[in-house]
Every structure is written in structure tokens, then in C-alpha cells.
Design a protein around this ligand. Sequence first.
Ligand SMILES: *Cc1c(COP(=O)(O)O)cnc(C)c1O
Length: 417
Amino acid sequence: MIPASWLHDARRDLLANAGDRLALFTRGEGAYLWDDEGKRYLDFLAGIAVNSLGHAHPAFVEAVAAQAATLAHVSNYFATPPQLALAARLKRLAGTGESGRVYFSNSGAEANEAAFKLARLHGAPRDGAPGRPRILALTDAFHGRTMGTLALTGKPGMQEPFLPMVPGVEFLDSTIEALEAALDESVAALILEPIKGEAGVVPLPDGYLEAARELTRRHGALLILDEIQTGAGRTGEWFAFQHTGITPDAITVAKGIGGGFPIGALITYGEASELFYPGTHGSTFGGNALATAVAGAVLEEIESADLVTNARVRGAQVSEGILAIDSPLIAGCRGQGLLLGVALSRPVAKAVVAAAQEHGLVVNAANDDTIRIAPALTIGDVEIDEFLTLFAAALATVTDALLLDESSQPDDKEAAQ
Ligand SMILES: *Cc1c(COP(=O)(O)O)cnc(C)c1O
């Protein structure tokens, strides 16, 4: 088959660091996307949990236009009103209290790079004390693609082409026993995702975050939570850790807080706020007026429209609807709020994604047997009903293809005998 001309261009002009692009999208509005041929899709991925307000939301559009026409960038030698307003808002939403601080980056990986440096500063030998050389992370977790965050990412296959890694990171199974065995006074920090998004929307065991808080506090290690995928209201709380009673030492955010504008942040609590000192970190673009004005407008809209509650309520509605679909492919539904992973009974996630796209639905294969669902936080009954219809149709398409395969196998054998 001759590839579409845009795919031809993409293969010719873009580095092959990722697989082929799946479509050429030209326009979006709310929960819908349109491709270059004018076909409409229901978007239940939202740019991987990024477009919190959907596409082209008036609050987003107006914030971009107004701030671009006022002041976009001045560098971090200077402060701007939107930057200070967003820092104060993030502190309030994350519940840091007065002592919290915010560092702005342009992406999730950069937020985690800052967190990595925070951990090193905490672990540095000082006043004759030996220091804390170890950083703990979880097997199968994802923290980014830069060299620092790749070193924190517990996926050997991703690391392998880029060895050697930044040293000092150890990976644990996601059990409280593994935590108890690993934590001592040589650990600077434990970093983890409250729900492992890239691993297939895999929650931590019950009580895990509470145990992690207890053990890190007891041994003087930082507890750093990567809320890049789970934050900004997506799980039905502003941040996923708020489903528990704990307070971390730092969280990282990105994806959903900008609603499509690239921005990330490291948010610190209490004493962890005192670790960075002048000259220890920085970013030219990080927290510029344009990015922070847009993120401020996105968070304001999430707050005033109570989309955090909507994420909780609609998430329950979506997962109930999924479990009610009569398909042998559905093995379960994990996650919280509007970050859901549909567990498939067979490793056919890519086929389901392709069939969904045929039917006009965008979802994602988090891995071979999980479909990730992360729509805009604005969705309601109309979008959910349409999603359930399209998703059921996609599953049926794949089931039919599998049955064909199965029924054709014996014939093939017979033919071979
Ligand atoms: C997406 C993601 C990152 C990396 O963010 P980028 O903006 O792609 O650099 C890190 N951690 C988690 C949990 C993520 O979901």
C-alpha cells in the first residue's frame, strides 16, 4: 500500500525515534478531532491526559491570545504576574501551605530532572555526615526520556540503548515489603507514580503511599510523587495523593496543567523547599509569562467549572459502561477518575486502537493488553454514550477478526495434512 502523502513526508522529515504517526489531525473542538480528510473522531486520549479542557476551549484560546499580545517571555532574571499567580495557585491546590515553593519547567521530564537534583541535594554529604547516595524508584514506572529521568525509569528495555545510566538509582517491586527492605539512612529519595500510567494505568497496592510516607519519614528520605499524568484533577482529586491523607515532600506536574501548552513544575513542601539555592538549577523558557498565564487560565477553568468532581463522576460512569460492554476481550478496568486502563483478555491493544480509529474514536495502547482512556475533563453524557458505542464497535471488529483467525486455523491445518 502506498502511504498517504503526509505519512510519506513524516517518514522523510521526522527522526524515526517513535513509530509511524497514526493520523494527520488538522483541527479540534471540545472532545472532537478532525483529520486531513475531514473525518471526525471522538478524542478519548486528549493528547495523553494533556488537553484537560478539550480542544480549542475558549478559556485556553483567550489566555493564549491575551498574554501573547501582552508579554510572552522575559527570562528568569525577571518575574511576571502570571508566573507568581500560578505558583501561588499551585501551592494552594497542592496543599503545600506557606512553606511550599514552585519551580517551573517546560515538560514533565524537566520537572522530574529538577526533582532528581532535589534528591541529590538532599542526599549530599554535609557537616561530616556521609550523605545519601541511593535513590529508589519502582520497576515498570515511567518518569521521562531525558538521561536523568530515563535513569529513574524502571524499564530496562528503554535504558539499554543508552547505557551507562546516571548512577545511584535502584528499582523496587511495588510492594510494601520491598520498601521496608530497601529503606535506610543511605536513601536520599523515593520517587513514584501514584498510578503507573505508562505501565498500563496500574494503581499501587492499598496502603502503599501511606507506608511509603511513614518509611521515608522514619529514615529521613524524601518522598517525591510524579503526578505528571495523574495531576490537574484527572483522578477526581487535584492530585492523586490527595485520595490519601499523606503529605509528600515534593510532587512533579506537567501534562494536564497546561491544557495543551507545554509547561511543567516541581512543587515542594516544608523543608524540601530549602534545598535549592541560587545557581543550582534553571531553564530559559521555564515558567515564562505565556505558559504560566495559559496554565493559570486552565486551572481556573477546572476550578470554576468543578471539573475535578466531573472527572470523578464521569470516570465512574465510563468504567461502569466499559464493564457492561458484552465483549470477551474485556478483562477489567483499572484506574481512577478519568485515567482508566481497560485490561484486555488478549494482547490485542494495538488492533483495538486501530479498529477504534476506523470507527472514529481515539484511544491509546498503553501496552500490549491495556487500552488507556484519558479524555478531556469536560466530557458529559453525550460524549460518554458515543464513546461506549464506538468502543464496543471497535472491540467487536477485533473479536470478529480473531474468530476468523481461530476458525481458519483448523482449516489451514487440515489443508496442510
Ligand atoms: C508523560 C510523563 C512524564 C514525562 O513527561 P514529558 O512531558 O513527556 O517529558 C513523566 N512522568 C509521567 C508519570 C508521565 O506520565
